[in-house]
Design a protein around this ligand. Structure first.
Ligand code: AMP
Length: 197
């Protein structure tokens, strides 16, 4: 079964570092290829470095559509990708993050660093605050996010978050598992931004 049409665009958050182990690169390539082959438009940060670059290249090579959203001041730092279906240059980071959310029907969080963590928690806190109700998938490649998941559990155990917050995202530990979860989700999960961000 393919993806439901409601997940026409998926925003992928991932690392910008080139120094990461090969398996992270391989799975990023596989996920991007699979999304493109399923006709899903990929929305991402617009750079040509690290997993971000691998993601965009693989989706484009597989015939997919890729939309990059990059702030003016980091175009050079993240080596803006010049072969995208659409490259949107925005004035600042906040506009980028907001536009990435608006343009996507769901979010996949791949392994990444500080920027990815920031994006992951922004999308989760916005969901918690009911600014959107779109599916969020954490790709826990080789247990990369184990400590993060444990920390989320701790926030709940210690009373800083509610047990229901654990349902704000789903964890996939393999590419097969990720696409099985994507296939399960439907249009009813979606929702537009309320303009309160
Ligand atoms: P990283 O995971 O640190 O390699 O960054 C991945 C992407 O997140 C890059 O495109 C960063 O520009 C972006 N990003 C988003 N928000 C932030 C932030 N607050 N600090 C740093 N990077 C960020």
């Amino acid at each position: 079964m393919g993806l439901v049409l409601s997940l026409a665009s998926i925003c992928v958050y991932c690392g910008s570092s080139n120094l990461v182990a090969e398996p992270f690169k391989v799975s990023t390539r596989v996920i991007a290829t699979e999304l493109a082959q399923r006709g899903v438009r990929v929305v991402y940060g617009g750079g040509h470095v690290g997993l971000m670059g691998i993601l965009a290249d693989a989706a484009l090579e597989a015939g997919g559509k890729v939309v990059g959203i990059i702030p003016e001041h980091i175009r050079a730092q993240e080596v803006q990708h010049n072969g995208l279906t659409e490259l949107i240059v925005v004035p600042n980071m906040h506009t980028r993050k907001r536009m990435m959310v608006e343009r996507a029907d769901a979010f996949i969080i791949l392994p990444g660093g500080f920027g990815t963590l920031d994006e992951a928690f922004e999308i989760l806190t916005w969901k918690k605050l009911k600014l959107h109700n779109k599916p969020v998938f954490l790709f826990n490649e080789r247990g990369y996010w184990n400590e993060l998941i444990a920390l989320v559990d701790k926030t709940i155990v210690e009373g800083f978050a509610q047990p229901s917050d654990r349902t704000l995202f789903q964890i996939a530990d393999s590419v097969e598992n990720l696409f099985a979860l994507l296939d399960e989700r439907s249009v009813s999960e979606g929702g537009s931004l309320t303009g309160r961000m």
